[in-house]
Design a protein around this ligand. Structure first.
Ligand code: CTP
Ligand code: MG
Length: 166
C-alpha cells in the first residue's frame, strides 16, 4: 500500500499533465492540431485531438505541480524532472495517437489498454535516466495510474462528460 501511495504522489505531475488537455478543450474549445492537419501515408500523423494547447497547457500544469511538491516537501529531485515528467507523459500520449492513426483507429475511439497507459509509460521512460526507481515503484506507478484512468473515465461517462466508458 505504501508503494502505491508513493507512486501516486511521485507521478502526480504526469497525472495532472494528462488530465488538463481535455479540460482545456472543454473550456476553450478544440485547439490547433500539432500535426497541422498533415498526413503520413494517407492518414493523419497524430490527428485533430492532439493540440498545442493541450501539450503546452498540460506540460505547464505538470511543471507547476512538481515545483509545488518539491518546495512543500523539500524533495531532493533534479529540477529537470519537473519538465521531463509532464512532457514525457504527453509525448507518450502523442506516440499512442501516432500508432492509433497507423492502425486506422479514429481520434477519440478507445484503444484499450494503451489509451490508459500511454502517459504513465511516457513519464516513466522520460524520467528513468535521472530518477532510477526500484521495480516495485515502477509497477505500482503503472497499476495506480492505469486504475485511476479507468476510474476517472467511468465517472466522466456516468456524468455524461465522456462519450465512452473506456
Ligand atoms: N488533448 C489535446 N491535446 C493533446 C492531448 C489531448 O487537446 N496534446 C485533448 C483532446 O481534446 C482530446 C482529449 O484531450 O480529445 C483526450 O485525450 P486522449 O484521450 O489522449 O485523445 P483521444 O481523444 O482519444 O484521441 P486519440 O485517438 O488521438 O488518442
Ligand atoms: Mg491520453
Amino acid at each position: 500500500m505504501r508503494d502505491l501511495v508513493l507512486a501516486f504522489y511521485l507521478f502526480l505531475p504526469a497525472g495532472i499533465a494528462n488530465a488538463v488537455p481535455p479540460i482545456l478543450t472543454r473550456f476553450l474549445g478544440p485547439g490547433r492540431p500539432i500535426d497541422g492537419g498533415r498526413q503520413w501515408r494517407g492518414r493523419p500523423i497524430f490527428g485533430a485531438h492532439k493540440t498545442w494547447q493541450g501539450l503546452i497547457g498540460g506540460t505547464a500544469a505538470g511543471c507547476i505541480t512538481f515545483f509545488v511538491q518539491r518546495t512543500v516537501d523539500h524533495l531532493d529531485l533534479p529540477l529537470l524532472i519537473g519538465v521531463l515528467m509532464p512532457l514525457g507523459a504527453l509525448c507518450g500520449d502523442l506516440v499512442k495517437s501516432f500508432l492509433k492513426r497507423r492502425m486506422a483507429i479514429e481520434p477519440g475511439r478507445s484503444w484499450f489498454p494503451l489509451d490508459q497507459l500511454d502517459y504513465v509509460l511516457g513519464a516513466l521512460v522520460a524520467t528513468a535516466p535521472l530518477m532510477p526507481l526500484p521495480w516495485r515503484i515502477v509497477a505500482s506507478t503503472v497499476i495506480v495510474y492505469f486504475t485511476l484512468h479507468l476510474l476517472v473515465s467511468a465517472i466522466g461517462f456516468a456524468l455524461g462528460v465522456k462519450e465512452s466508458a473506456l
